[in-house]
Design a binder for this molecule. Sequence first.
Ligand SMILES: Nc1ncnc2c1ncn2[C@@H]1O[C@H](COP(=O)(O)OP(=O)(O)OP(=O)(O)O)[C@@H](O)[C@H]1O
Ligand SMILES: O=C(O)C1=C[C@@H](O)[C@@H](O)[C@H](O)C1
Ligand SMILES: [Mg+2]
Length: 172
Amino acid sequence: MKKIILLGYMGCGKSTIANKLSKNIEIPFVDLDKKIEEKVNLSINAIFEKHGEIYFRKLEHEVFIELLNSPEQLIIGLGGGTPCYANNHELLKGDNVVSVYLKASIDTLFNRLSHNKSKRPLIANKSDAEMKEFIAKHLFDRSFYYNQAQYKVVVDDKTIDQTVLDIVTILA
Ligand SMILES: Nc1ncnc2c1ncn2[C@@H]1O[C@H](COP(=O)(O)OP(=O)(O)OP(=O)(O)O)[C@@H](O)[C@H]1O
Ligand SMILES: O=C(O)C1=C[C@@H](O)[C@@H](O)[C@H](O)C1
Ligand SMILES: [Mg+2]
């Protein structure tokens, strides 16, 4: 059974959409960030603070591989940066996966993230103006990796249900 992988920038809705999709198609959802937190018994913030980003990226790669190799049918919600490190983007193209990039505009991301940045160490300490600039540059740098996904779903101005339906259509 193919693994279903959802990817995209922080705040594009991976966790929200994957939870709903999981109920809809009755396939379990695993959030890579949560799995990493469970494995080392630390929050993502604490991993960044205690061990630094390079350690986090190694761990992220290991746990991603473990999930891909697990025997169950799964929906895997990646971290925002997962496709951009350790050649993880190559894993989005395999025959054993269906990968979907949830594509959100800078404005959508800014609006969603500005209410909810404390658990996201890369943006936690930024002002609104800094954050908008950061998202714009970061998204530009990361787009190459996100675009390696097999499918792309634009999420701007869509309800959660609409986006879930778009993915169900891809999977049909
Ligand atoms: N139509 C929508 N689709 C998805 N999420 C939405 C929508 N409208 C609002 N949101 C909100 O956007 C926020 C970000 O969503 P979510 O946490 O699922 O993103 P994420 O991609 O998992 O982020 P991260 O990479 O940081 O884990 C949530 O607060 C969610 O409720
Ligand atoms: O965009 C990123 O690089 C990140 C996104 C989050 O999902 C976490 O994986 C972590 O905060 C790093
Ligand atoms: Mg998430």
